[in-house]
Design a protein around this ligand. Structure first.
Ligand SMILES: [Fe+2]
Ligand SMILES: [Fe+2]
Length: 281
């Protein structure tokens, strides 16, 4: 399940840093907020689940991914996201990683806004490859916990909902997590549980799909971010937005933030709302 971490050459990293500095000087953060964060796309997905317990019918999760706090996103920039969450009032919020760009400190400044909306079933998170910088992910986990959010590190929780149970599981990042253990994440699940798995990197989804796991929520690819053929090779592969894998469906979020340049093309910044309905609905 582990993937080799991507590492870039020193000249390429220096080029990235130079581009970032230039974009920041030219007002990249303000521009990104105005053009993308204040106009976040609301993506609605309906998932028909055979045999869905009545108590879970209509349950809605919001998925927020790839904030990448840092050069182009910081404290005070998530008002649009908070307003959408408060207006739509999902039952649960799932955060699928990459909260920072260069260091976890960048993420600390946006956690209050990120966790401002308190859904009735809770906020659950996993880490993305950027969140292990300097191996300080434990600090990030503690700060999430202080705001009532649970980081699922190869762990799952069975959440009572409307007389039924929703199982939400999460694994460490496939590239940077020291141990990726889906079996541990699923250890507490019981026969018949409706499971939703959080995994930052979508590449592992085919191996993670199984009966009972109705959805896998991932991010990481940014939907290509600047989705032009000659630029795609600079980012991780984007498998698509919604991919059926037997009885499991993989949903890939385009994310909220950006890397490299404060620009998106054919890949709008988004928050995804996933609603569960019975298959015969
Ligand atoms: Fe990312
Ligand atoms: Fe990532």
């Amino acid at each position: 399940m582990h993937l080799p971490p991507r590492r870039f050459s020193a000249p390429r990293l220096a080029l990235f840093r130079g581009v970032e500095r230039l974009c920041r000087l030219l007002g990249g953060r303000r521009a990104y907020r105005r053009l993308f964060l204040d106009r976040l796309r609301v993506r609605e997905e309906l998932l028909a689940v055979p045999g869905l317990p009545e108590g879970l019918s209509g349950l809605t999760l919001a998925q927020v991914s790839d904030l990448h706090a840092g050069p182009y996103l910081g404290a005070g920039d998530l008002g649009g996201l908070v307003a959408i969450l408060e207006e739509r009032a999902p039952d649960l919020v799932a955060l699928t990683g990459d909260y920072c760009v260069h260091a976890v400190d960048e993420a600390f400044g946006v956690l209050d806004e990120l966790c401002a909306y308190r859904p009735p079933l809770g906020i659950f998170a996993v880490f993305g490859n950027h969140d292990y910088k300097d191996r300080r992910e434990g600090e990030l986990e503690a700060r999430f916990a202080a705001r009532g959010a649970t980081v699922l590190r190869n762990r799952g929780e069975r959440i009572p909902a409307g007389g039924a149970v929703l199982a939400i599981t999460g694994i460490e990042d496939l590239e940077e997590g020291r141990l990726v253990d889906p079996a541990a994440a699923r250890a507490e699940l019981r026969e018949g549980d409706v499971e939703i798995l959080l995994s930052h990197n979508p590449s592992g989804a085919p191996a993670l799909a199984r009966p009972g796991c109705v959805a896998i929520l991932s991010g990481h690819s940014h939907g290509g971010q600047v989705d032009l053929p000659f630029l795609r090779r600079f980012g991780p592969p984007h498998p698509g937005l919604r991919i059926p894998l037997g009885s499991t469906t993989l949903f890939v979020s385009r994310g909220v933030g950006v890397l490299g340049i404060p620009l998106r093309l054919r890949a709008p910044a988004e928050v995804l709302f996933l609603r569960l309905v019975p298959a015969d609905c």
